[in-house]
Design a protein around this ligand. Structure first.
Ligand SMILES: Cc1cc2nc3c(=O)[nH]c(=O)nc-3n(C[C@H](O)[C@H](O)[C@H](O)COP(=O)(O)OP(=O)(O)OC[C@H]3O[C@@H](n4cnc5c(N)ncnc54)[C@H](O)[C@@H]3O)c2cc1C
Length: 296
């Protein structure tokens, strides 16, 4: 056995080539499961060899394999939730929302701490351009638009920004239908506290009978962190909201993550998604990156 192969064997890594891309498979043990909402859970894993897994940057994804009762070796893609700065002991984190489909509901029901699953990655280029611009000191402001589990890569980014002491302003517009759908209820206030350059706009499209202050009271213990939390209720975020809140909107870089309709709208119904809203507002397409989670 060659030295490289021996090292891979010790680290329990398998190298595979997918579509010309070199990716790695690891067996991970589930160490903890946290209920985020009725439908979404955070899974913490640890590499069975206790070694760090592959290098990745926030915004990248993995394939998670699992034998469901319907299909052996089934898989879905998941955005990596844990910052690469926090994986030195082989710790790994995903957020899995069950959408009434044929994978996530079984994963939720049938797995528990102690079980071993396989992940493969890293996949994807989401936010790579933003990182390049930050590295080249060509970017001061990032605007992240997230729907539901689309918050995952941005949570990962902010953890990374804290650890790497990045000097960029980050605005997150986080869209959900109701308060019950609000993923990272405990984590998001901590992100605000640990990254003072983070500004948050919470958008609940189907909350009508509650005030913004009541939302702040419930989700942020009454503190809007010195004006860093805004609330938009009973409607969808408009470009005017972004323009009003992000002073530097015209030179900002935009990352959008969520279902296809949130990103690209519904052409048949004449409904704009976030991409069209930004473009019509005057944002250059070259400053917009998307990560689409599927049809919803
Ligand atoms: C790059 C990428 C990154 C992603 N990252 C994340 C992430 O970080 N977290 C996350 O939770 N998800 C993420 N997803 C989505 C994820 O891959 C799954 O699609 C999601 O977990 C839903 O899986 P599922 O088994 O519930 O639905 P699937 O079986 O994958 O079906 C997809 C959709 O079809 C619909 N559908 C399917 N079957 C039925 C049915 N019987 N009845 C009604 N509707 C149905 C549902 O709306 C469902 O959302 C990501 C996807 C991509 C492509």
């Amino acid at each position: 056995m060659r030295l490289g192969e021996l090292r891979m064997e010790l680290r329990k890594v398998r190298e595979v080539v997918q579509g010309g891309q070199r990716v790695y498979q690891y067996d991970l043990v589930i160490t903890e499961v946290i209920d985020e909402t009725d439908l979404a859970k955070t899974y913490f894993f640890k590499n069975v060899s206790n070694m760090p897994i592959f290098d990745y940057h926030p915004g990248q994804d993995v394939k998670l394999y699992f034998d469901t009762p319907l299909k052996r070796g089934d898989f879905r893609f998941y955005s990596i939730a844990g910052s690469p700065t926090r994986t030195s002991d082989g710790t790994f984190e995903l957020l899995i929302k069950s959408e009434g489909g044929t994978f996530a509901p079984y994963f939720h029901q049938l797995t528990k701490p102690g079980e071993i699953v396989t992940i493969e990655g890293p996949y994807g280029r989401f936010l790579r351009k933003a990182f390049q611009m930050i590295e080249d000191e060509r970017l001061n402001t990032l605007v992240f638009l997230a729907a539901s589990s689309g918050i995952v890569p941005f949570k990962c980014f902010v953890d990374y920004a804290v650890d790497k002491k990045l000097k960029v302003d980050v605005y997150i517009f986080y869209v959900n239908r109701t308060r019950r759908d609000f993923i990272y209820r405990k984590t998001i206030p901590k992100l605000l506290d640990s990254y003072p350059r983070l500004q948050l706009v919470i958008n609940f499209t189907r909350e009508h009978d509650i005030s913004s202050q009541e939302i702040i009271d419930e989700l942020f213990l009454g503190s809007d962190r010195g004006g860093r939390v805004d609330v938009v209720l009973g409607r969808h975020v408009l470009f005017e909201d972004i323009k009003e809140i992000v002073a530097d909107w015209s030179s900002a870089y935009y990352g959008i993550c969520g279902g296809a309709k949130f990103i690209a709208g519904d052409r048949e119904k004449g409904i704009d998604g976030m991409v069209q809203k930004l473009e019509k507002g005057g944002v250059s397409r070259s400053m917009i990156e998307i990560d689409s989670f599927g049809t919803g």
